[in-house]
Ligand binder design. Structure first.
Ligand code: NAP
Length: 482
């Protein structure tokens, strides 16, 4: 067993570590070899209710603190995360599978979100609006929405939580976090560090267990005022409907189907570097991963040849081993989805240029794969593969490329490579996506707003806009001032 951050097999409710009353638990395994790492409690509605009550009790004192007091505690949390970043990274790799370099990078990114929002806590300003009435003043202030529920996925077990938690804490909200069942230990470790940083009990709570039950309690409990969800569009759609029945505010960070456009005038060195980074990070399991490479005819063959060379060099293996770039996929279903997309593409005339099969390592490994001749009727065109398949579509004109890029219900991230400044503006403005990388394949940062259009959801995370999702605007009219 690697030297990881402490594995905590209990949930945090009101500052107490708790197990399921009936001892029920969910086993957590290492996706590299299926070995059992530990277990977490299988909690349900009752414990979620208790966590919401604890968060509600902590809310008053937390929001009454000055912004700089809250920021001080948040900065202490960020410091502790960074102090333990190697051990937290090893824990993350153990439960999630990604390379250690990526895992440690994610932990540092999580700390960066907490730090950014700690700074932002001091800048939650209001307004005074010129009054249409003599003798009155119009004040607008921002107030925390209250207790927030966060439901997060397995692909970024640390940073997906940090960017919700940071914004919530800065705004003066308290939180109940339900992490993904496959990667709960990173969440529990952050909660442990929050306690060590001095955040009062009940400000951060973590419940693991039955997703449907926990979510139902979050939606129906009148004390909880907002739900922030990151995960699949399918679950997000259901959750948004359930939450709207109870008039809960929601933020939805959902699936993507990112296009990566390479024009004839692109800098191919930059395009290849961006292609590898945007497609194969976390073995293709990020919501902003390229799903469709759209390449103009003039550079198509050169792009494919160079992409093949770069991708063939990626080393597969245990994420904890030095030099490994590609870890396993999260589970067997993920491997089957990649295999199904490849088989569908081949059946419809696609050519496998690289990979195209399960890796010799066995288990949850699939070889990094490139398929050319991709077409709109293939499964990969409409559905996020969420794995190491690079599907290459060919196009002739700019208008055709934009139409292909937008021909999806998703709208999270898009990338384009061109050296023509006018085209860079024209195309990025025509792309119906919440994030656009022009000549860059990795663009997520805590200082910029992250969030999708269309079926990729709504709400923003990170940046000065991210905190708005956790605030209510209050209008106060002061009269009798004539
Ligand atoms: P998922 O199946 O939707 O799961 C996400 C979370 O929702 C997990 O905590 C899961 O709990 C929970 N959940 C499952 N069923 C639920 C239900 N009926 N009600 C409420 N919550 C429920 O997604 P995933 O497979 O873990 O994550 C991959 C997806 O997330 C991809 O589509 C990806 O694009 C998207 N994603 C989006 C962003 C973004 O910022 N836009 C970022 C990362 C990932 P259990 O683990 O207990 O099942």
């Amino acid at each position: 067993m690697p030297d990881t951050y402490r594995i905590i097999e209990a949930c945090l409710i009101g500052g107490e570590w708790v197990k399921a009353p009936d001892g029920a638990a969910i086993a957590v395994v290492n996706p590299f070899d299926g070995a059992r790492i530990g277990e977490v409690p299988r909690l349900g509605r009752q414990e979620t209710r208790a966590a919401i009550a604890a968060a509600s009790e902590a809310l008053g004192p937390w929001k009454a603190m000055t912004a700089s007091e809250r920021a001080g505690l948040m900065n202490r949390l960020a410091d502790l995360i960074l102090e333990h970043k190697e051990a937290l990274g090893r824990l993350l790799t153990l439960e999630q599978g990604k390379s250690l370099a990526e895992a440690v990078g994610e932990v540092a990114f999580g700390a960066a979100y907490i730090r950014w929002f700690a700074e932002e806590a001091r800048r939650i300003y209001g307004d005074i609006i010129p009054s249409p009435w003599p003798g009155r003043r119009i004040l607008v202030t921002r107030e925390p929405v209250g207790v927030v529920g966060a439901i997060t996925p397995w692909n970024f077990p640390n940073s997906m939580i940090a960017r919700k938690l940071g914004a919530a804490l800065a705004a003066g909200c308290t939180m109940v976090i339900k992490p993904a069942s496959q990667t709960p230990f990173s969440a529990l470790a952050v909660a442990d560090l929050a306690l060590k940083a001095g955040l009062p009990p009940g400000v951060v709570n973590v419940v693991t267990g039955q997703a449907g039950e926990i979510a139902a309690e979050m939606c129906e409990n009148p004390v909880l005022r907002k739900i922030s969800f990151t995960g699949s569009t399918e679950v997000g759609r259901r959750l948004a409907a359930q939450a709207s029945a109870h008039l809960k505010r929601t933020s939805m960070e959902l699936g993507g189907n990112a296009p990566f456009l390479v024009f004839d005038d692109a800098d191919l060195d930059a395009a290849i570097a961006g292609a590898v980074a945007s497609k194969f990070r976390n073995s293709g399991q990020t919501c902003v991963c390229t799903n469709r490479f759209l390449v103009q005819a003039g550079v198509h063959d050169a792009f494919v040849a160079r992409l093949k060379e770069a991708v063939a060099a990626l080393k597969l293996g245990n994420g904890l081993e030095p030099g490994v770039a590609q870890g396993p996929l999260i589970d067997e279903a993920a491997v089957e989805k990649v295999a199904a997309h490849v088989a569908d593409a081949v059946a419809k005339g696609g050519q496998v240029v690289l990979g195209g099969r399960r890796a010799e390592l066995g288990g949850r490994f699939y070889e990094p794969t490139i398929v050319t001749g991709a077409r709109a009727d293939m499964a990969v065109a409409g559905d996020e593969t969420f794995g190491p398949l690079a599907a290459v579509f060919r196009f002739e004109t700019e208008a055709e490329a934009v139409a292909m890029a937008n021909a999806t219900e998703y709208g999270l991230a898009a990338y384009l490579y061109t050296r023509d400044l006018a085209r860079a503006f024209r195309v990025s403005e025509a792309l119906e996506y919440g994030l656009v990388g022009v000549n860059e394949g990795l663009i997520t940062t805590e200082v910029a707003p992250f969030g999708g259009y269309k079926d990729s959801g709504f709400g923003k995370e990170g940046s000065k806009y991210g905190v708005e999702d956790y605030l209510n605007l209050k209008y106060t009219c002061l009269g009798g001032l004539a």
